[in-house]
Design a binder for this molecule. Structure first.
Ligand code: ATP
Ligand code: MG
Length: 451
């Protein structure tokens, strides 16, 4: 095997070693290097204390000095250099009460979560792999370092990290680790919403978002997203569906925005789209009914779903932009396009131009995950809707008050008073313009407003 670490990382390691310290690349970057993946960042672990590190390098930042982390700057890049440490007693399944520094690399590796994350490497010594991390990497296994039950008691976030890594890497979870997860799920109650959000997002952005099913089977969503369990337990007796709400949902999350390497969407868009799919049918369990035809119906689920989606995203401390966009996409995900130019303008006016491209992708994923016997024509209709919409863009046709050739000020100039009537008039003019785009001229609209 031939591994290489970036020159800048090597230089930092060499410099530390020249001063008589031990130093290695460690953790995720070593794992990713073995897998031939591009590491997100390179972390360095060293026997040097933070104060010693700061003396050796000219440009450093005290990022987390109480945890032993100093950031070393190298041109525009920066690398975290962390002193070998032991984590003290964990009081509440999440924060070690104290951390203490150690001169033993072994101790530092022991505190790490999984064998594949507990390897160190430098060019002089090669791999330091004390827990069989390389073997587990080759076999595709996530396994805790030491006693899994104890490791989850110390920090229950590791439960979610285990599934998240299995989703990112396509790995299976080793049996003892699995059993401990099932036993310790309630410890997740002690984990902050922010940390849960980060892990869930990484999981659904990965190429194996179907590991959502594992979260359910292990009892994890029961603690962190009980609404999902209800979807897994809601059947859909309906000609359009062959899956439970939950299984349909999982398939939509897999489908939307394609594989990671596709790059057809930015990470930000992918995040919005995948969260939208995860939540789009969240109120189907509560709105289920049986019609005279013996079929299940879910009247009002998009409207109710938007409210619930908002509450869930709030609970997970999402930013307002994500909250607004996902909620809006959930609200309109079931909109039935009528395939005429005027009806597509009407759809764009309701849904909003800012959302249409995302909406079409939501619609596509939603359709593909339904009964395949009924979807072929549906996908073609969707393509036609998209084409009609793009023509609206090309022709720059007006679908919002913003694009209307007159505004409130214009109406006031011809004698309108600010207030409800003015608003209603503008809306009526917009409706007329949506019906007939040629009306969108100032004089024409003012004449209409006067009449
Ligand atoms: P990625 O950055 O790709 O998400 P990573 O393995 O680098 O994965 P980080 O969260 O960046 O994960 O952490 C770096 C390393 O720190 C891990 O590889 C692991 O060795 C250790 N680590 C991180 N979080 C924990 C934890 N909760 N418990 C034990 N060790 C941890
Ligand atoms: Mg990392």
């Amino acid at each position: 095997m031939n591994f290489s670490i970036p020159v800048k990382v090597n230089t930092i390691i060499d410099e530390l070693m020249k001063h008589g310290h031990e130093a290695y690349a460690v953790g995720g970057c070593v794992r990713d290097m073995v897998l031939g993946r591009e590491p997100e960042d390179w972390d360095i672990t060293t026997s040097a204390t933070p104060w010693e590190v700061k003396k050796i390098f000219r440009r450093t930042v005290d990022t987390g000095i109480q945890h032993g982390t100093v950031t070393v700057m190298s041109d525009k890049d920066h690398f975290e250099v962390t002193t070998y440490r032991l984590d003290g007693v964990y009081e509440d399944n999440r924060h070690p009460k104290e951390v203490s520094f150690t001169s033993s690399l072994t101790e530092d590796l022991k505190r790490r979560d999984f064998t594949i994350n507990a390897m160190a490497y430098n060019e002089k010594e090669g791999f330091v792999d004390l827990f069989g991390g390389l073997e587990d990497l080759n076999k595709g296994i996530i396994r805790c370092v030491g006693s899994a039950a104890e490791r989850f008691d110390e920090d229950a976030l590791r439960i979610l990290r285990a599934i998240r890594f299995s989703a990112q890497l396509g790995f299976t979870i080793e049996e003892e680790t699995q059993n401990a997860i099932r036993e310790k799920t309630d410890r997740l109650n002690n984990i902050s919403a922010e940390r849960i959000r980060v892990e869930l997002t990484k999981l659904i952005l990965s190429d194996h978002p179907d590991r959502l099913r594992t979260l359910y089977e292990f009892g994890i969503t029961g603690v962190i997203l009980p609404e999902f369990d209800r979807m897994m337990e809601t059947p859909q007796k309906n000609i359009h569906h062959i899956f439970t709400v939950g299984e349909h949902t999982i398939r939509t999350v897999e489908e939307v925005a394609g594989a990671l390497r596709d790059n057809s969407f930015t990470i930000a868009q992918r995040t919005l789209l995948r969260w939208t799919m995860l939540l789009h049918d969240i109120e189907k369990p509560a709105t289920i009914s049986v019609g005279k035809d013996g079929q299940n119906h879910f009247y009002g689920h998009p409207e109710k779903g938007a409210v619930t989606a908002k509450n869930i995203l709030k609970r997970l401390k999402f930013d307002n932009d994500t909250l607004d966009t996902v909620t809006h996409l959930v609200r309109w995900h079931d909109y039935r396009y009528i395939l005429s130019p005027a009806d597509m303008r009407r759809a764009a006016a309701k849904i909003g131009k800012d959302y249409m491209e995302l909406m079409f992708e939501v619609n596509r994923a939603d359709t593909i995950a339904k009964n395949p016997a009924n979807t072929t024509g549906e996908l073609e209709k969707l393509e036609l809707a998209r084409r009609l919409y793009r023509e609206i863009l090309v022709k720059q046709e007006c679908v919002s008050l913003k694009e209307l050739a007159v505004n409130g000020k214009d109406l006031i100039e011809i004698g309108y008073k600010p207030g409800r009537e003015l608003g209603e008039t503008l809306n009526r003019l917009l409706e007329a313009v949506i019906e007939n785009p040629q009306l969108n001229e100032k004089e024409t609209l003012l004449a209409k407003a006067r009449a």
